[in-house]
Design a protein around this ligand. Structure first.
Ligand code: MBD
Ligand code: FE
Length: 300
């Protein structure tokens, strides 16, 4: 088996570090880590060295998604599989692997040009307890289900599905959302572990590569506190609190200092063995702020 096992880490291009630090740590509860490298800082969510790298280069978009494989054998098998599928990739140097705090890394791009890194062996600082950026009742739900999920833009859904199936992802269209103008939006959701989806795909090439990043709390109280803080600090909300139909997660979408949506959630169900599709969400999720790629009438 050479399949991706989890969304292990994410690299983000940012411009305003002070705002990002206050946002990610004081609102979301992530731990800030500066290793003195100058051009980047880290956000911790658990005992891993980091789950998010903030690259201070002004891009304000996704820099790369880090997809984990189990170990060196799976990593070698993945490289062989990519080669025989005709998918272009580059082997990262040992310096590049060390830069990501992993044992080995491959660099490639998906069918939408979204930069991907496939790696094995993250640095896990088991001796260094996660210390949240604000008091938390629980933790971020990571473990075998990875750090969360990410929704990215791709020009064509069919090609993206075939590409990610090669990497070991399973999934399909899970919504047919009727738009006011008569169009129907059909997002795709794919999983690699117990998390109902690890990646989601929306059709389009306009704007940023990333639509949103989702992180999940173990305790509903922490989602509630984040929601209060977002409202108190007047952080824009792209989609209001509600429950998704596919993963049954209670979540809301607020806008981070790079101007794209950060989904905070709690209570998702596991990935199911069979596919289904939905026309709307269970309740809530009404669009609020427009222009963040989430102007979807998920509330029916
Ligand atoms: C999700 O996580 C999501 O972001 C959307 C738009 C629909 C269902 C689940
Ligand atoms: Fe989501």
């Amino acid at each position: 088996m050479s399949n991706v096992t989890e969304l292990g880490y994410v690299g983000l291009s940012i411009s305003d570090l002070d705002r990002w630090k206050a946002y990610a740590c004081e609102i979301s509860g992530m731990e800030f880590l500066d290793e003195g490298e100058g051009d980047r800082v880290y956000l911790r969510m658990d005992e891993w060295h980091h789950r998010i790298t903030l690259h201070i280069d002004g891009g304000d978009d996704l820099a790369y998604l880090g997809l984990r494989v189990a170990g060196p054998r799976e990593f070698a098998a993945m490289a062989e599989k990519l080669e025989s599928a005709g998918i272009a990739f580059r082997r990262g140097s040992q310096k590049e692997a060390a830069e990501r705090r992993v044992m080995d890394v491959l660099k490639l791009a998906d069918t939408g040009g979204n930069p991907l890194e496939i790696f094995w062996g993250p640095q896990v600082d088991a001796h260094k307890p996660f210390h949240p950026g604000r008091p938390m009742f629980g933790r971020f739900l990571t473990g075998a289900n990875g750090m969360g999920h990410c929704a990215v833009m791709v020009p064509e859904l069919g090609a993206a599905i075939r590409f990610y199936e090669t990497l070991g992802f399973v999934g399909a269209i899970e919504y047919e959302i009727p738009m006011p103008d008569g169009a129907v939006v059909k997002p795709v959701f794919m999983h690699v572990n117990g998390r109902q989806h690890t990646l989601a795909f929306l059709p389009g090439t306009e704007g940023k590569r990333i639509n949103h990043l989702m992180v999940e709390y173990t305790h509903l109280k922490d989602l509630g506190i984040a929601h209060d803080l977002v409202r108190a600090r007047k952080v824009p909300v792209a989609m209001q609190l509600g429950m998704h139909s596919n993963d049954e997660m209670l979540s809301f979408y607020n806008v981070n200092p790079s101007g794209w949506a950060w989904e905070l959630g709690w209570g998702a169900c596991d990935a199911q063995p069979q596919q289904a599709y939905h026309l709307r969400d269970v309740f809530g999720h009404a669009p609020e702020g427009t222009g963040y790629g989430l102007d979807l009438p998920m509330d029916g």
